[in-house]
Design a protein around this ligand. Structure first.
Ligand code: MN
Length: 323
């Protein structure tokens, strides 16, 4: 399924692919549209035991047909303040205009990663999205989610489109984002064109987290293929985010290739009145199956800052992937 750019006609629903390629390894940040000065690190001199931060596990599995180029999702994680993490999903509909859909999402995330410590951003994820979007010159569009944890445990979110986030506490989902879309498979998106959405369209949320909470952030490749109860059962098998990071993505990949799995995506499609042709319906068939896509997952575990960071390691570190 090719995710639609705004004002393009809806493509035909659901196709299924046969194999899943391994994720491309992380690539260090190579280029940044923001001045280098704003990328420089800052230090916090003390770690107080009552403060929290996030321990990350990450995984990106490109769409099988895009694996050679690494797919069109991009993300970064940073340990600045309590932790900053973000995902952008390049809208694949741009390929029909001979535009590489990966360029916009990659540049958006590179710019956002450089602005994490910007004083005008002031640790506000919505402003970060706005400034990163303004600094992005590539043609294309992307959905995007940015999350920032304050050391007091407040998680601040800004979300445009259908990337998603869940907060898990003691086996329950206690917070969930809701996707924004114009119509089925055409999400809200930050764009190089004036018709797209802006940071002002982001859904902004604050969530109070506790030590031990697990955060699962993903592109729609995760949430279209994995139900929340599966995320809970998968994550609860592991004690740390580093261990847990890979498994939701692997599960999503397996489901995405399973033509017999009644996925969240196929359920949603039928709810929106998409289905198999009439002649298949009378044979008892229905529209089911996973949705092949780039799958990006960041798992974060809220931990005591003092448990993971020595003062000498408290410098901000930004890792950006797929760029
Ligand atoms: Mn996607």
């Amino acid at each position: 399924m090719v995710k639609a750019m705004m004002r393009l006609s809806m493509p035909q629903c659901c196709r299924f692919l046969l194999h899943c390629s391994p994720a491309r390894p992380p690539i260090a940040l190579r280029r940044c549209a923001i001045s280098k000065r704003s990328c420089s690190a800052s230090a916090s001199s003390h770690q107080i035991r009552s403060e929290v931060s996030i321990s990350f596990g990450t995984h990106l599995i490109p769409h099988p047909s895009k694996a050679d180029k690494g797919g069109e999702d991009a993300f970064f994680v940073s340990n600045y303040n309590g932790g900053v993490f973000a995902i952008a999903d390049g809208v694949s509909g741009w390929a029909v205009r001979n535009v590489n859909p990966a360029l916009f999402s990659q540049e958006l995330m590179a710019n956002a990663s450089c602005l994490v410590m910007d004083h005008e951003v002031n640790y506000n994820p919505q402003i970060l999205l706005g400034k990163a979007h303004a600094a992005t010159s590539s043609i294309g569009s992307a959905t995007a989610i940015v999350a920032m944890l304050e050391k007091n445990g407040t998680l601040k979110l800004a979300n445009v489109g259908d990337c998603g986030l869940r907060v898990l506490r003691k086996g329950d989902v206690i917070f969930s984002t809701t996707p924004q879309e114009h119509y089925f498979d055409c999400p809200y998106q930050l764009s190089s064109q004036i018709i797209g959405q802006t940071y002002r369209d982001a859904v902004v949320s604050n969530v109070d987290l506790l030590e031990g909470d697990m955060i699962v952030v993903g592109s729609d490749g995760l949430f279209d293929n994995v139900f929340d109860h599966e995320i809970v059962s998968t994550i609860s098998r592991f004690n740390t985010a580093v261990e847990a990071g890979k498994f939701p993505a692997d599960l999503a990949c397996n489901h995405s290739m399973d033509a017999n799995f009644d996925s969240p995506y196929s359920l949603e499609a039928r709810n929106k009145d998409f289905d198999v042709p009439f002649w298949k319906k009378i044979l008892g068939k229905k529209l089911i199956g996973g949705k092949p896509d780039d799958i990006t997952v960041i798992v974060g575990q809220v931990v005591s800052s003092a448990d993971v960071l020595e003062p000498s390691e408290a410098f901000s570190r930004v890792e950006i992937y797929n760029y």
